[in-house]
Design a protein around this ligand. Sequence first.
Ligand code: MN
Length: 152
Amino acid sequence: MLFVVHRHHATTRHYDLRLEVDGVLASWAVPKVPSLDPQVKRLAMRVDDHDLDHADVEGTEHGSKIIWDRGGYDADAPAAALAAGHLRFVLHGEKLAGGFVLQHTRMGGHDRNWLLLKVDGEHADPGRDLALEEASVVSGLTNADLEAGSES
Ligand code: MN
């Protein structure tokens, strides 16, 4: 199964985490950069599913959007796990790797709110600041590169 994280600069800058589940990309908007530190919890707001071909999208159609990370992921029965509000999954990306959890939360009073956490163990890396790693894993371009290009 496929995962992709878009770094998306629209009215706000955020990261869109997308997991292939039952033929679509289940999606969450993550306002802060995903972390490899198991002590860090990131708010992840569930948004509309996207078509699978959106995993290839990079461009300036709706703000600037790059493929910040992409790869395979493993999970047992992810649709059922998401319906139950708790998904454990293992990412095989270039920036994000190893075990993660998406946990549905009532925090904030919104049904769309989940928490994204890194599981301790292999690939946990509290000292690595992924905010500094801005480039697409596909094109090598940053959001700023795309924005500069779209003005000319
Ligand atoms: Mn977005």
